[in-house]
Design a binder for this molecule. Structure first.
Ligand code: ADP
Length: 191
């Protein structure tokens, strides 16, 4: 997407799992790289999906990224000539990421963040909602509901194949956990 602007700004890509957030982030960053812009890509160290040093989409496209544990580490990598910063799985970062993104954009950098806007309960997820508010450009993507095929804006958490309860802990030892995209009607969070 060409943005004819002569200053920094924030682009936010949000939606449920499988909505193509990483795919879209990778697409935008690869185009910036082709244009020989100085691009830096970050992901939270907590995101071990497909492991290693890449951001990876569910359809297999990938791009090298720097894994960091805390938002404050990001500034150590920013150079004078950095033009574009991409951040995947931004919902897993601490709230400090909001100030970091603001400072980068104020400093003239194009900042592209991608992340879940809601958790499995359908509630705002980490710093993403605030970043959506601050961003100049917002794309809210949808997946396909695995029950009815309508657009899905939510992430269904399943434990041993059944909808996870509101109060179920994040880590469940010995249980098989999975996620799928669902629409509002078919998204279930038993109390
Ligand atoms: P996100 O980063 O939002 O989780 P990805 O970019 O990693 O999404 O993956 C998007 C890809 O996931 C799609 O291109 C498609 O191949 C795959 N996919 C799997 N399940 C679904 C679904 N229910 N709806 C849409 N895409 C799906």
């Amino acid at each position: 997407m060409y943005r004819p602007m002569h200053h920094g700004y924030i682009e936010a890509i949000a939606g449920p799992m499988y909505s193509g957030k990483s795919e879209e982030l990778i697409r935008r960053l690869k185009r910036a790289q082709i244009a020989k812009q100085k691009v830096l890509i970050f992901k939270p160290a907590i995101d071990d999906r497909y492991c290693g040093e890449n951001i990876v989409s569910h359809n297999g496209s990938k791009l090298k990224a720097i894994r960091i544990h805390h938002s404050r580490e990001m500034m150590e990598y920013i150079e004078k000539d950095t033009q574009v910063v991409g951040i995947d799985e931004v919902q897993f970062f601490d709230d400090g990421i909001i100030e970091v993104c603001k400072n980068l954009a104020d400093g003239g950098i194009r900042v592209i963040v991608a992340g879940l806007d809601m958790d499995f309960r359908g509630e705002p997820f980490g710093p993403t909602p605030m970043l959506l508010t601050m961003a100049e450009f917002v794309d809210k993507l949808s997946a396909i509901c695995m029950v009815c095929g309508e657009p899905a804006h939510r992430t269904q958490r399943l434990i041993n194949g059944q909808p996870a309860k509101y109060t179920d802990p994040v880590i469940l030892v010995g249980a098989t956990e999975s996620y799928e995209a669902r629409c509002r009607l078919h998204h279930q969070v038993p109390k």
